[in-house]
Ligand binder design. Structure first.
Ligand code: PLP
Length: 406
């Protein structure tokens, strides 16, 4: 038994935490499926999914089982040794995707960091130091390390931290002509989110990704898909690139991969992977047995026809009702996204007020997300029950009614 713990409250956050977040007024203490309970015992429906992380909801028995079984066996050995869960996970990812090699780390930013370093290393080895330029897209998000905020297309995340990583340019998303004008033989990689998640749930056009693939091939540049938010079943395919039918050279995954346990992965081909030779890159925790045991269990459940087909069916259910609510209350003009990554674009009257919708939903017992100030985002569990979808959207409609009638 653990020792009794001192009581804590939301107000403690402002006393003891670095103020880089502004968490909601309540503290969740327990979850089961798509329901969460706070300190006072109030129950909420979770359509936020920990920002597209809790892919199987809370306390899914398969994940709890995998974690506790591994917890009683072996937690950590470092990469001085390999371990069984990591090797099993790598086999599963290699079998299920274009990739032939996996690198494990602990977050999306680290997966992208590895992807960008690999791309630069490959170009350096094959063509020399001149070929180091990375092209990313305006409004993209790739994580919060200095390299990943430099590649990300949102200056609010990269300004004010001193010199950025150089050799990076940004072109408008979904604009093939702009990419064509920017790409050159100095380009080592083009980085694209198949759906821009953080900046408003904006899906790529198929022709854009196809065109990017062709331009990369023409200029010996690598195509990197950041699938940290779109991967592991979110779109109704295991990865979004499968939905689009356009295969990258390097893919980053995290978020849903661990279902709530921190893990990231960079996937690539054998020919590229060999450029990260012994000693060129690493991480102490990456591929640790606990994280990999959970990710194995996540893939076993998610990568099944039932779950993936369920995502597509649940998308329809969300979309139909959200469009109805948006129209009835004049709250949004468009419901976009793929699978269970859905964005409601606020109407002119509500532009900039996604936070107000978030707060109104919370008051009705519903957790949603923002994706920038103009979009309300839903990223629920992929196995959210239909009854929970109905009840959650009833709550959302009550929130919309109160907000628009106030
Ligand atoms: C969340 C996210 C990241 C960063 O992942 P972290 O685990 O927070 O480092 C990177 N890229 C995309 C597309 C994301 O949505």
């Amino acid at each position: 038994m653990s020792a009794p713990q001192a009581p804590v409250q939301r107000a403690d956050f402002d006393q003891v935490m670095v103020p880089n977040y502004a968490p909601a007024a309540f503290i969740p203490v327990r979850g089961a499926g798509s329901r969460v309970w706070d300190q006072s015992g109030r129950e909420l429906i979770d359509f936020a999914g920990g920002i597209a992380v809790n892919v199987l909801g809370h306390a899914h028995p398969a994940l709890v089982g995998a974690l506790t079984e591994q917890a009683n066996k072996l937690w950590h050995v470092s990469n001085v040794f390999t371990n069984e869960p990591a090797l099993r996970l790598a086999h599963k990812l290699v079998d299920a995707t274009f990739a032939e090699r996996a690198f494990f780390c602990n977050s999306g930013a680290e997966a992208n960091e590895a992807a960008f370093k690999l791309a630069r290393r490959v170009a350096h080895d094959r063509f020399g130091p001149e070929k180091h330029e990375i092209i990313a897209t305006v409004n993209s998000f790739h994580g919060r390390t200095l390299f990943t905020v430099s590649v990300g297309g949102q200056p609010k995340y990269s300004d004010g931290f001193g010199p950025k990583i150089t050799g990076i340019s940004h072109v408008p998303y979904n604009d093939l002509e702009a990419l064509k004008a920017q790409i050159s033989d100095k380009t080592c990689a083009v980085v694209i989110e198949p759906i821009q998640g953080e900046s408003g749930v904006v899906p790529a056009d198929v022709a854009y990704l196809q065109g990017a693939r062709e331009l990369c091939d023409k200029h010996n540049a690598l195509l990197i898909f950041d699938e940290v938010q779109t991967g592991v079943g979110r779109t109704g395919e295991l990865f979004a690139y499968m939905h689009y039918g356009v295969t990258p050279d390097i893919l980053s995954s995290a978020k849903s991969l661990g279902g709530g346990f921190p893990i990231g992965a960079m996937l690539t081909t054998e020919a590229l992977a060999k450029h990260l030779a012994v000693g060129t890159h690493g991480t102490t925790y990456g591929g640790n047995p606990l994280a990999c045991a959970v990710a194995n269990a996540v893939l076993d459940v998610v990568n099944t026809p039932e779950v993936l087909a369920g995502v597509k069916a649940k998308h329809q259910k969300f979309k139909a009702r959200l469009e109805q609510i948006g129209e009835k209350y004049g709250l949004f003009t468009q419901v976009r996204g793929i699978g269970l990554l859905i964005g409601c674009v606020l109407s002119e009257a509500w532009k900039g007020k996604a936070k107000d919708v978030f707060n109104a939903a919370e008051k009705e017992g519903l957790m949603v997300l923002q994706a920038g100030p103009d979009v309300v985002r839903f990223a629920p569990s992929l196995v959210v029950e239909d009854a929970d979808i109905d009840e959650g959207l009833d709550r959302f409609e009550r929130a919309a009614a109160k907000l628009t009638q106030a």
